[in-house]
Design a protein around this ligand. Structure first.
Ligand code: NDP
Length: 368
């Protein structure tokens, strides 16, 4: 992966910036769904407005990759990975400098907000571009392209003797990202949009960690030949993780969608069957039925099962590389759940204590 010629290495370094600008241009120019969001502008207290077209931008990017537009081979992004990580990190530093420097507010000065955590919650330009939502378009798109490119690299090495698990792995990421874009509006009701500020943590996370480091397992296993499972072992090795992935997705998508439905239409039954039950605080409602009655963050459990399925499906159980992503996810979500709990306790007051009594488990029902 390091054996690029000097001109290629330079191109690889600047690839994230070029992709960033191309996707940004597409996002701005292509038609979009205009929606009112959930979060309020910190200055005007108006609900923020968004233009959503991630699915369209993503679909075009995948077609460009597939048809090798510009003569860029399908495996090139993967071969360019290390140089691109350097390039995307530098881009993150530059964007942080621009966004954080221009973002001091009274509130942030009081809180002493740092470059790491950010100062402003949002940067939107003329109701046409919401910078945070765009960062997720970049992150998700490049993540899927990197996964596909890694498989193309493996195919170049092994052809018809390739590891089926790698194709399934890339298929899972493709599904994951497509699903995200299909439900892009639901993202407006999640922690990243409600609480995360535009600092280096979020910007580098979306430019480097999410698109390049989530597929770290590929660095370790694309060179390996197929583990060659046969018969019922193969069915178990590949079928088991697919079922686990779908189960995890059901928990994660189901709970996020239920919360979204509840926030928009508090009286409406989720999917026409799940009756909403709520605990009322001063001016807010806590959903405590369905997925949100199983544990306080069953969506994180779903996400962990997805990560576990992705590790297992590769078929290289003894390789440390494949376990890096699930281990990261455990750390991320244990920390995030605790932080979100503190935010929610502040927002909802005693009603949150009541919810915690009623739904005592944080993530895994009966265990944690
Ligand atoms: P949530 O979507 O759960 O958002 C948390 C917020 O939702 C809270 O701050 C609160 O905000 C509201 N909320 C929480 N519980 C309740 C309740 N019972 N009733 C009503 N409102 C509630 O968290 P995330 O944004 O972290 O996760 C969203 C999805 O994204 C998850 O599926 C997660 O797994 C996934 N994700 C994936 C990542 C990855 O790297 N793979 C990274 C991060 C997230 P308020 O009351 O103000 O509405």
């Amino acid at each position: 992966m390091l054996s690029l010629s000097l001109p290629e290495a330079i191109l690889a370094f600047f690839a994230p910036t070029l992709i960033f600008l191309m996707l940004l241009a597409m996002h701005i120019v292509l038609p979009a769904w205009r929606v009112t969001g959930y979060v309020r502008d910190e200055a005007s207290n108006e609900l923020l407005k968004y233009r959503l077209n991630g699915l369209l931008v993503f679909a075009i990017a995948v077609l460009v990759w597939w048809f090798e537009v510009g003569g860029i081979p399908r495996d090139w992004l993967f071969r360019a990975t290390f140089y691109s990580i350097a390039g995307s990190s530098v881009l993150a530093v530059v964007l942080t400098a621009i966004l954080v420097a221009g973002g001091s507010t009274k509130q942030s000065a009081k809180k002493g907000a740092s470059v790491w955590a950010g100062r402003v919650l949002n940067k939107s330009y003329f109701e046409h571009l919401d910078f945070k939502m765009y960062l997720y378009i970049f992150g998700g798109t490049v993540l899927a392209l990197n996964a596909l490119s890694g498989v193309a690299y493996h195919w170049e090495l092994y052809g018809f003797n390739s590891n089926v698990g790698l194709f399934l792995y890339a298929g899972m990421w493709l599904f994951f990202v497509t699903d995200y874009f299909c439900f892009e509006r639901v993202q407006l009701y999640t922690y990243d949009i409600i609480h995360e500020r535009l600092g280096f943590k979020l910007i580098w996370g979306c430019l480097t960690v999410y698109p390049y480091l989530y597929v770290i397992p590929l660095w370790g296993v694309t060179h390996f030949p197929s583990p060659e499972f046969k018969g019922s072992i193969a069915i178990l090795t590949y079928g088991g993780p697919i079922l686990l992935f779908l189960f995890g997705w059901t928990l994660s998508r189901g709970s996020n969608l239920q919360k979204y439905t509840f926030k928009r239409w508090p009286e409406r039954k989720f999917l026409g069957v799940m009756e909403p039950e709520a605990i009322a605080s001063a001016n807010r409602l806590i959903l405590c039925s369905g997925f949100w009655g199983v544990s306080r963050h069953v969506n994180y459990l779903g996400e962990f099962l997805i990560a576990l399925a992705m590790a297992l499906v590769l078929g290289h159980f003894l390789s440390f590389w494949v376990w890096i992503y699930p281990i990261f996810i455990v750390g991320l979500f244990v920390h995030r759940q605790r932080t979100d709990d503190v935010f929610c306790a502040e927002k909802y007051g005693v009603a949150w204590d009541e919810y915690c009594k009623r739904t005592p488990y944080r993530i895994i029902p009966g265990i944690y």
